[in-house]
Write a protein that binds this ligand. Structure first.
Ligand code: SF4
Length: 281
């Protein structure tokens, strides 16, 4: 099987930074917590757990040691609670997520109703919501009813949304006829590059594999996008989920991976797929 790997795929700088900070702390301390899984990839979470990283769901579970804030950031009131308890905090929030939080807070202070285009259950969005007093989160057109009837809106976007979706939602919001819309582009270039490079690859191959956790928002977005350009797109977590029957009649396979998918998962998949000789049908 001929296998082509997307030019841009796998770990982004924000994720790499959070993991290397975690490794540094774990090398010198043994009471270290991550507020939520450090990234949406269970292989990486399990590997770091073996070296001592304890994942907790809430600040109430931590009474001592050091807490790592992952690349998605954390809700300001949770950070304040940790400080009140005297817990040491190491902040690995991605700089682009920090920028989004800062912009939301500034728009709020300037009297805008902050609109975040994104998934309200995603930790990055929950942290942004916590940075402003007056926020509404809209995922798609079905959420437009949440918008106020008038006033001025300050619009931002979850960093990993696609530019197409951001643009479509801005058009839909514009139709409501607000007096003032202030739009700040908070999309992540790394996520966009991965999406663009995956789309280009989709057009050249018979079958497309998107590797990464089903819980990873950016990987799911990548898979949705690839499906639009190549119906034969499969979102798999790793090689264990591969089923050779889907290769029937295919000559060239494309592989991409989300920003939270480690290199070793991509390498193993590409190696095994490349060795596949099509026998057994
Ligand atoms: S996808 Fe972009 S915004 Fe998210 S952690 Fe990576 S670099 Fe930062």
């Amino acid at each position: 099987m001929k296998v082509i790997v997307a030019e841009k795929c796998g770990f982004c700088p924000g994720v790499k930074n959070a993991i290397s900070i975690a490794e540094e702390i774990l090398a010198r301390e043994n009471d270290v917590y991550s507020l939520g899984p450090i990234i949406h990839n269970k292989d990486v979470v399990e590997r770091l757990a073996k070296t001592g990283l304890k994942t907790v769901d809430s600040v109430e579970e931590v009474e001592s040691g050091t807490v790592l804030i992952r690349s998605h950031g954390a809700v300001p009131k949770d950070i304040a609670k940790l400080k009140d308890k005297g817990i040491k905090i190491v902040d690995a929030t991605c700089v682009l997520v920090k920028r989004l939080q800062q912009i939301a807070s500034e728009l709020d202070a300037a009297g805008y109703k902050v609109v975040v285009i994104g998934d309200e259950n995603h930790p990055e969005v929950r942290a942004v919501v916590g940075c402003a007093s007056d926020v509404v989160v809209i995922a798609d057109e079905a959420d437009l009813h949440k918008l106020p009837k008038s006033g001025k809106l300050g619009i931002v976007c979850q960093t990993t949304q696609s530019p197409e979706h951001f643009g479509r939602m801005l058009g839909a919001i514009g139709q409501y006829g607000f007096g003032e819309l202030k739009v700040i582009n908070t999309l992540c270039k790394e996520a966009m590059n991965r999406q663009q490079s995956a789309v280009e690859l989709c057009k050249k191959v018979d079958i497309m594999f998107v590797l990464g956790s089903l819980e990873s928002a950016n990987t799911r977005k990548l898979a949705e996008l690839c499906k639009k350009y190549n119906k034969q797109t499969f979102h798999l977590q790793n090689w264990d989920e591969f089923d050779k029957n889907i290769l029937f009649g295919k000559g060239t396979a494309g592989v991409t991976a989300g920003a939270s998918t480690p290199e070793w998962i991509i390498e193993e998949f590409v190696k095994n797929l490349g060795n596949f000789d099509g026998s057994g049908f």
